[in-house]
Ligand binder design. Structure first.
Ligand code: KG4
Ligand code: ZN
Length: 352
């Protein structure tokens, strides 16, 4: 029997299997991660090797350096993931991997590792989109969470409001028309001379600041569910540069607080309005910026006031990790989706 025909049969049989163990691989940016996830919800292991320290001295991720470091790390991460999960390789029922969106060279390391592993274990290979994975980060954080819900997807590369109708059924309600919100955090952090990645640094610094400025969020999209962040980013950059040119001292903590307050207000207001308009009662945050403490606090408060339930992943599962990919892969398998053959390759951009 041809290889792919055999995999199709195995994939189909998994749907009915009582316990399904998926080994998942994530290498789309600067984290090399391998996880073992049982039945889409139970994390048996989730090993994450971050390259942040390596890229920090360049002020951002250097794609070539990221790829090389994934290569150096991945076999060791795999061994650790198997050991921590306390399973044998033969227990793995399928391999799931992020094939996009992300840095091509970085993704290729994970994709090729996953292909070789799936082939050698003779198990199906499942191709998962990174954004889909971020949403599933919530399923491994909250065992009670089930669709439908409204999801605010906020990461370094994405900013969108989605209606998650079912595990594999999404409707785009709105998205950024320019920058992703994480990109905006990172850019503002850079102008404040904070280290990479900027989001967590702004979050930390803002705790010592107060509201002293109003940075303008574009008004033109006011009644829509779309976002624009390039204006507010430029407004902070100009404010800092002008102050520097005049030789004035700036209070970085106040700027961090004010910027973060304006951005999070915009995210919360539009997500709440989308939830009301869609007639849903659950709001879920996904992606790296979902780790932002002010965003989480505001959502908790406003959701309580509106009678909505609010979910966000535990902090470790907000930023890139393989457990979220294992969870997404499991629910794709349940719906017969994502089976890949050995021609699978990395893609810089993928639709959800
Ligand atoms: O999801 P993620 O790890 O990678 C992508 O898929 O892009 O998100 C990374 C982004 C970065 O822009 C980082 O600065 C931001 O998430 N981030 C934060 C926080 N933690 C990470 N932004 C604001 N506050 C945080 N606490
Ligand atoms: Zn991500």
């Amino acid at each position: 029997m041809k290889y792919f025909e055999k995999m199709k049969e195995k994939f189909e049989l998994l749907k009915e299997k009582k316990d399904v163990i998926i080994l998942s691989v994530e290498s789309s940016c600067d984290e090399t991660s391998i996880a073992v996830v049982k039945n889409g919800r139970e994390i048996l292991s989730n090993i994450i090797a971050s390259q942040i320290e390596i890229h920090r001295r360049f002020g951002g991720v250097v794609p070539e350096v990221a790829s090389r470091n994934h290569i150096l790390a991945i076999s060791n991460i795999f061994d650790q993931a198997i050991e921590k999960a306390d399973i044998k390789k033969e227990d793995i029922d399928a391999v799931a991997v992020t094939y996009g969106a992300g840095l091509i060279g970085a993704l290729l390391v994970g994709v090729n590792f996953a292909k070789a592993l799936a082939y050698s274990l003779d198990v199906p290979l499942i191709a998962v989109s990174h954004v889909h994975g971020h949403i599933a980060g919530n399923y491994v954080s909250h065992l009670d969470l089930k669709p439908p819900f409204i999801c605010l997807m906020v990461s370094g590369g994405h900013c969108a409001i989605l209606r998650v109708e079912d595990y594999n059924k999404f409707k785009l309600i709105g998205s950024t028309v320019d920058d992703a919100v994480g990109e905006c955090f990172d850019k503002v952090a850079r102008v404040l001379s904070l280290p990479y990645p900027g989001g967590p640094e702004i979050d930390k610094l803002a705790k010592e600041g107060r509201k002293t400025h109003n940075f303008v969020v574009s008004n033109s999209l006011k009644n829509t569910f779309n976002f624009s962040f390039s204006g507010i980013k430029t407004s902070v950059v100009n404010f800092v540069h002008n102050a520097q040119q005049r030789g004035e001292q700036i209070n970085k903590a106040d700027i961090a607080f004010s910027f973060q307050d304006d951005v999070t207000n915009e995210l919360v207001e539009k997500t709440i309005r989308a939830c009301k308009e869609q007639g849903l009662d659950k709001i879920v945050v996904a992606g790296g910026v979902g780790a932002n403490s002010m965003l989480r606090e505001k959502f908790s408060m406003v959701c309580e006031k509106n009678g909505f339930k609010f979910y966000s992943p535990v902090l470790k599962l907000c930023t890139d990790n393989a457990a979220m990919i294992g969870s997404a892969g499991y629910y794709m398998m349940k719906d017969g989706l994502g089976l890949a053959d050995l021609s699978l390759t990395a893609k810089a951009i993928v639709s959800l």
